[in-house]
Design a protein around this ligand. Structure first.
Ligand code: PXG
Length: 453
């Protein structure tokens, strides 16, 4: 369709295209990889090289690539109504149907949806909505939102402020006021001599300390990813979420579960909140909602918060041109239908999840691997210098980057978060494809170990 050679594309890319989260000088020197097509769990680049996509794009292509049902739904919707807004008392059939479907899958007390265009917009919506909710309830001082260091909630000003990524805060004077951070439940790095369970309780208790320090009457909400994704697939100890939930209840703090990665089957349940048996007040979602076929996000809202907004909130002065976009909504409806009709979420829980977990845990015996962890189809391995003492390499991140580059050379997309290698493959992955993923991963770990151990 685009009549360029790889070199021409790379040249034009260098000249005109500033990529997200990219060191521009390095990219200019090295040139970009041009991905041209995909099917199932595989990608191909402009030179015809094949990759197994262990990251489902960016943690989003849950149903896998190449699903005609989505293409057809989108094409039909484009013809019927390519765009109309949801402002001024308007709605459209796919957006209404999508709201019905999402709330039928969400926990029973969550029956309302606000549509956005992305996960970042969903989290911006969370910030404005929880503050507006408390103001409507006659508690306008409840403004502060407590989040965690090393959380990722997106890249807009509010979402990056909610996030706990220090390099992001350093660029542009973030966080914005009234957002504070506590420690993350990262046992492998910070747990020391404590058992994971003891450590989980200890870090959860930091929430109570922070609430008492701020005064509960000033705190609006706590936000966390059920499992941190971009932070390195930090799977919290079993004691963590129950404690967080009970602290939120004790002080009447709204609980926000960022389900942008965990939502729509990643953990083998529909939502990470189902996996950890927590009952949030708000759940920002995106990614797996449309499997990335078109950009769409949303916030799922509890009856308590929605009722408050309806009864006392007046006009909510917030929304986006593309809130409830009919074509994106049609893609999401078709995507959710595939997940439901093919039983993909149960298949992760009962079949492919346990199968990949067993093989993934075997990687822990590799000399370079300090820990392997996985829930459903989201997992990580820690690359370390000394596994006995849980010691990381000195220049944290260099070995991860090396391993990631070796993976790419060998036809496997794995992402490095510092020296933590993470995977989150499409939920449609088969056992045979899992075998292939693991054999490519072992080869790449061996090649990395040869260079660094
Ligand atoms: N919340 C979570 C938990 C996310 O993982 C967002 C919100 C923001 O979504 P949008 O659609 O605005 O990007 C995310 C996004 C990475 C990486 O390198 C992760 C994300 C995005 C880009 C890169 O791991 N997660």
């Amino acid at each position: 369709m685009y009549n360029y050679t790889t070199e021409q594309l790379q040249d034009l890319d260098r000249k005109h295209y500033l990529h997200p989260f990219t060191d521009y000088k390095k990219l200019k020197e090295e040139g970009s990889r041009i991905i041209t097509r995909a099917d199932g769990v595989y990608l191909w680049d402009s030179e015809g090289k094949q990759y197994l996509d262990g990251m489902a794009g960016l943690w989003c292509v849950n149903v896998g690539y190449g699903r005609d049902e989505i293409v057809e739904a989108v094409t039909a919707q484009m013809r019927e109504l390519p765009y109309y807004n949801s402002f001024f008392k308007s709605a459209n059939p796919p957006a209404v149907e999508l709201a019905r479907m999402i709330t039928s899958l969400a926990p029973a007390h969550m029956n309302h949806v606000f549509f956005t265009g992305s996960g970042s917009e969903s989290n911006d919506t969370v910030v404005r909505m929880v503050r507006h909710y408390w103001a409507s309830e006659g508690q306008p001082n409840r403004k502060t939102i407590i989040s965690r260091h090393n959380a990722y909630h997106g890249s807009t000003v509010a979402a990056a402020s909610l996030g706990g990524m220090k390099p992001m805060h350093a660029q542009g004077g973030l966080p914005i006021p009234d957002i504070v951070h506590i420690n993350q439940p990262y046992w492998y790095q910070d747990g020391g001599d404590l058992s994971p369970e003891e450590f989980g309780t200890k870090v959860a208790d930091e929430l109570e300390e922070k609430i008492l320090q701020l005064g509960a009457e000033n705190v609006a909400a706590f936000i966390g990813e059920p499992i941190q994704g971009a932070g390195g697939v930090i799977i919290p100890p079993s004691t963590y979420w129950p404690r967080i939930q009970s602290i939120c209840e004790k002080y009447d703090i709204l609980l926000v579960a960022d389900e942008v990665i965990c939502g729509f089957g990643r953990t083998g349940k529909w939502f990470g909140s189902d996996y950890y048996e927590i009952t949030p007040d708000l759940m920002p979602i995106a990614k797996g909602l449309s499997s990335g076929y078109l950009p769409i996000g949303a916030v799922i809202i509890s009856d308590r918060v929605a009722d408050g907004l309806v009864d006392k909130g007046g006009e909510f002065n917030h929304g986006f041109t593309y809130s409830g976009h009919p074509v994106a909504a049609a893609a999401a409806v078709a995507n959710l239908s595939i997940l439901i009709d093919e039983g993909m979420v149960d298949n992760v829980a009962e079949n492919t999840g346990p199968y990949l977990q067993e093989k993934w845990h075997e990687l822990a015996s590799h000399p370079l691997v300090g820990e392997s962890r996985m829930v459903g189809l989201i997992g990580a391995i820690e690359l370390v210098k000394d596994k006995q003492t849980r010691s990381f390499f000195e220049d944290r991140g260099d070995v991860g980057t090396l391993c990631r580059d070796i993976c790419i050379e060998n036809g496997l997309v794995m992402r490095a978060c510092d020296d933590t290698m993470v995977i989150s493959p499409p939920l449609c992955i088969t056992q045979a494809e899992i075998d292939e993923l693991i054999s490519r991963a072992i080869k790449c770990l061996d090649l990395t170990a040869e260079k660094v151990l």
